[in-house]
Design a protein around this ligand. Structure first.
Ligand code: ATR
Length: 284
């Protein structure tokens, strides 16, 4: 029931109509019996900053921010977490009662949580990791891996200069390679993470062979529409274990929920099943 005291949080993006975040957060809120609601804010045009400033003071408790506003979310904040700054992006804003906007990045936490759940034996600190792509998603992954102790991260990208920019920004443990030399990064990787948009429904897929990966290497794809990407199918055909983008989405929502509502999500809600049902509905 919506009351006069209902707390509001939500997700801002363009487009945002197919976001799974309202499904996850509202299922948790209902199970926890919290008087709050989580809605989608479709921001057309160029009004992101005006919208964010209008929420100062806590009209809305907090926002998830998704494409294309994550870098602008970091810029609009008065204070940012270390991980948000190093990622160059924020996917969570909270609106403090004193008027400040705080920026966080929980995407990298979501990535690590997804590995914990679907590849629990994998150890971030055990060896090098190859990240494919050099956009915002890739940079966030690199920042999170370094934070988790990964000794070397390869950033492999079609446009080498963008990979070099991430290496420049995040330090000497990060090395850039062009896509054509991906095999060099894959040969001793403990994990390979697709952070490119290739593989999204309607895109062509990523022209990278996983043949060079060692047997124990874990293959992760951030894309979850479709959930079963050609990249993950290639990994399974080689006998590699896999981690999917939906688990990362759920993994980032957990600390976001806690930032908005002050407690971790209640246990026992199968939000993955709810999200899978929504994805299946979108296809139908
Ligand atoms: P985001 O911020 O979500 O990561 P982005 O900045 O648009 O999005 O980055 C998309 C990434 O996918 C880039 O690394 C892009 O490579 P380029 O930097 O060379 O453009 C990569 N990408 C997209 N389509 C690709 C394709 N068909 N093959 C290889 N890489 C692709």
């Amino acid at each position: 029931m919506i009351t006069g005291r209902t707390v509001v949080a939500g997700v801002a993006g363009r487009p945002v109509g197919h976001s799974l975040s309202p499904i996850l957060h509202n299922a948790w809120l209902a199970a926890a019996g919290i008087d709050a609601v989580y809605v989608a804010f479709p921001l057309e045009g160029d009004g992101f900053e005006a919208f964010a400033h209008a929420l100062r003071g806590g009209v809305v408790r907090g926002l998830n921010v998704t494409l294309p506003f994550k870098a602008r979310a970091l810029a609009v904040a008065d204070q940012a977490s270390d991980l948000a700054r190093r990622s160059g992006a924020a996917n969570v804003l909270t609106f403090e009662p004193d008027g400040r906007i705080l920026a966080h990045n929980t995407d990298g936490i979501g990535l690590l949580r997804a590995f914990q759940r679907q590849a629990p034996a994998w150890d971030a600190a055990a060896g090098s990791v190859a990240v494919l792509g050099a956009g915002g998603a890739a940079r966030g992954a690199v920042a999170a891996l370094l934070g988790a102790g990964t000794p070397r991260v390869w950033v492999v990208n079609r446009t080498l200069a963008r990979a070099e920019a991430i290496a420049q920004a995040l330090g000497p443990q990060v090395q850039a390679l062009p896509l054509g030399r991906a095999g060099e990064a894959l040969a001793d990787a403990t994990a390979v993470i697709n952070a490119t948009s290739a593989g999204l429904a309607g895109q062509g897929g990523l022209p990278v062979s996983l043949d060079a990966t060692p047997a124990g290497c874990v293959i992760m794809d951030m894309v979850y529409q479709p959930l079963d990407t050609a990249f993950l199918r290639q990994a399974r055909a080689l006998g590699r274990s896999t981690v999917d983008g939906l688990e990362m989405l759920i993994g980032q929502a957990v600390p976001a929920y806690e930032a908005f509502f002050g407690a971790p999500p209640p246990a026992g809600v199968d939000v993955r099943a709810l999200a899978l049902a929504a994805l299946a509905g979108d296809r139908g």
